[in-house]
Design a protein around this ligand. Structure first.
Ligand code: C2E
Ligand code: CA
Ligand code: CA
Length: 622
């Protein structure tokens, strides 16, 4: 028994209601096939209108052509170029019946070109979405055919079903789009990026998968100085440039306020990714005008590469992020490729950021001071000591200052840390003195550049000295040479205030930033500490010898005390003694020791320096 037209419509409704964005074309095609079969016609098509580009686009057809010409003459048809029949698709409101007649030759010719068939009879009904014609549905019989009113009504009902489906899919796609995109930049969002990378990194997919992590270096400044609107505009323009500058097909996402990720389609090795990143960086750094202000964008790019079936999305993103951070920390506007070293550095850094403040605040014993004795190499007399901070970390062991001083400075903890060190050192020193040792010794304390330019630094030092009853002349603050030169006026100001307080001042790492030489005379400095880089190979390296000799001559001319740092060998020590520089510290004399051991050294008063004596003239010690 043949089905009624009503049954065909009902079947179409069931089919189309179940359709989803992923299988919509197949569903539509099945409906077309069913109707073609029922009507006994030859062809059918479903077309959607694109009112933006003003064209009608083929969505589904039945039967599907074996051969589709390229370009397809019935694929996308612009209304302006369409024959009178297709042109009607733009605003069609009622069924349109076309039967072979001389006045639609153009249409017939187009069908013939596209389908290679002679003159036809067609019923075409609009897909209506309110007042708007959103597409057309057409059925064609080769030769001639009549179209009954019942048939036309049934087709119009099916067209309505198609129109509803079209609206539903569009809404779903819109939701999907919103769920996957960042509204400000129009780029993919983090979630969509993760989904993409999950797919790319699944086992069996081609690799390696390269990821570029971009970090805008100055967005905060733009927000702070020009306001958030300008910041938003900046991001939009950046996103546009990023799209334009991504020279190959790639997924581009905005994953944070000022963080973007580019994942090139297809496999890419690390070297290719790095050179791509460098080109992208150059391109992104051109200037842009926002609110009449010229802004130069600098961006740090981190590159990481993952292997499908091996690395996870979060691993890969984290590595690229770490590489970007590392690029940024070396001054920004750089490209860096992820290394395993970065991972451990980053882990330490994170950990330090997380715990440092707590450690400083709780005044627990986690931050400890070790002391490096300063010795007169002629006699071995212990002249003083330098406080060196360490962090007794619960899992990482004893951390040296280079792994956390920088972090402290970058998160504004340098002042706090510096005050803690100053207080602990003064407390220790005062205690030793109260027990009758170190009475004529000097305590040296390192000062972070950040402390030096902070307000009230001299007053804090004054307060601490008073608290522990120490005389300023027994305490020396060490400032690294590079800082002195960076902001000479601020330094001059602070040093003058410190002189009022009465403490001594040493230039640390002397010789590494030559320019301070010109200021030496005008700054209230008491001591220079020759950088250990010049001392280590002294006795073997003629260049170092010349430099040390020059420093000593200069110090002599200005009446400054000199301490040699980093004496590791007998040869270096002997050379220093020959040059007339007996004050020194270094591993040959003593390693840094804890407070108790330092007190013991002070009590002892001397460190053995037998090796420096002429053995023939010195009786052996017991
Ligand atoms: P620095 O002021 O130049 O301190 C001397 C550093 O050289 C110490 O390293 C010391 O252990 C090391 N050293 C001493 N003799 C030798 C030697 O013969 N050979 C070698 N290779 N090294 C030697 P440390 O303790 O790791 O300190 C590194 C830097 O950290 C210090 O360099 C100083 O700039 C900074 N620092 C240390 N403690 C503090 C502090 O409390 N506050 C601040 N702001 N900085 C500190
Ligand atoms: Ca020092
Ligand atoms: Ca030093």
């Amino acid at each position: 028994m043949t089905r009624s037209l009503d049954q065909v419509v009902t079947a179409a409704a069931a089919e189309l209601m179940a359709a989803t964005a992923t299988n919509v074309i197949a569903s539509c095609t099945r409906v077309l096939a069913d109707v073609v079969d029922h009507l006994g016609v030859d062809f059918s098509f479903l077309r959607h209108n694109d009112h933006v580009i003003k064209a009608t686009k083929l969505v589904a057809e039945w039967p599907i052509r074996d051969y589709i010409p390229d370009p397809d003459p019935i694929g996308v048809i612009y209304f302006s170029e369409a024959d009178p029949i297709f042109r009607q698709a733009e605003y069609l409101k009622k069924p349109l019946i076309v039967r072979p007649e001389p006045d639609n030759d153009d249409y017939q010719r187009r069908i013939e070109e596209g389908r290679g068939v002679p003159s036809v009879s067609m019923a075409c009904v609009p897909l209506l979405s309110g007042e708007i014609t959103s597409g057309i549905l057409g059925f064609i019989k080769i030769g001639d055919r009549e179209w009954t009113t019942e048939e036309q009504n049934a087709l119009q009902t099916i067209a309505t079903l198609f129109a509803q489906l079209q609206a539903r899919i569009a809404a779903e796609e819109q939701l999907q789009y919103l769920a996957e995109h960042d509204d400000l930049s129009g780029l993919l969002n983090r979630r969509a990026l993760m989904a993409h990378l999950d797919d790319r990194l699944s086992d069996g997919r081609p690799g390696p998968v390269s990821v570029l992590f971009l970090d805008l270096d100055r967005l905060k400044t733009v927000n702070d100085y020009l306001g958030h609107n300008a910041g938003d505009q900046f991001i939009k323009m950046f996103a546009e440039r990023l799209r334009a500058g991504t020279e190959r097909p790639a997924v581009i996402a905005r994953v944070g306020g000022d963080e973007f990720v580019v994942v090139p389609d297809g496999p890419m090795d690390v070297a290719t990714a790095e050179s791509f990143a460098r080109r992208l960086q150059t391109w992104l750094q051109r200037r842009v005008v926002i609110d009449g202000e010229m802004l130069a964008r600098t961006v740090s790019i981190g590159v990481a590469v993952g292997a499908p079936g091996h690395d996870t999305t979060s691993d890969l993103l984290r590595r690229a992020d770490q590489a970007a951070l590392s690029a940024k920390s070396t001054g920004g506007s750089k490209t860096a490729v992820f290394t395993t070293e970065m991972a451990s550095q980053h882990a330490i850094r994170n950990d330090i950021e997380l715990h440092l403040e707590g450690v400083i605040d709780e005044a627990s014993s986690a931050l400890v001071l070790h002391y490096l004795p300063e010795v007169d190499m002629r006699t071995g007399k212990v002249l003083g000591t330098e406080a060196l901070v360490r962090w007794r970390h619960p899992t990482r062991g004893l951390l040296l200052p280079e792994s956390f001083i920088g972090v402290a400075e970058s998160i504004n903890l340098a002042g706090k840390l510096g005050r803690l060190v100053m207080r602990s050192a003064c407390a220790d020193f005062a205690r030793w003195r109260s027990r009758g040792t170190a009475t004529d010794a000097i305590l040296r304390v390192n000062v972070s550049p950040v402390q030096l330019v902070s307000d009230g630094f001299a007053a804090t030092v004054d307060g601490t000295l008073a608290e522990f009853g120490l005389d300023g002349s027994a305490v020396c603050l060490e400032i690294t040479e590079s800082v002195v030169v960076q902001d000479i006026e601020a330094t001059r100001h602070t040093l003058a205030a410190l002189k009022e307080v009465g403490v001594r001042i040493a230039i640390d790492d002397f010789g590494t930033g030559y320019s301070v030489l010109t200021h030496l005379k005008s700054l209230p400095v008491d001591t220079v500490k020759i950088d250990r880089g010049f001392v280590r190979d002294l006795g073997a390296n003629a260049g170092d010898l010349a430099i040390v000799r020059a420093i000593l001559a200069l110090a002599d001319a200005f009446g400054l005390e000199v301490v040699a740092e980093g004496v590791e060998t007998v040869a270096a020590a002997k050379t220093l003694l020959e040059l007339g520089c007996p004050r020194a510290q270094g591993f040959m004399l003593s390693r840094p020791v804890d407070g108790a051991a330092m007190e013991a050294l002070f009590r002892q008063g001397h460190i053995a320096v037998d090796a420096l004596r002429d053995t023939s003239a010195t009786p052996g010690r017991g």
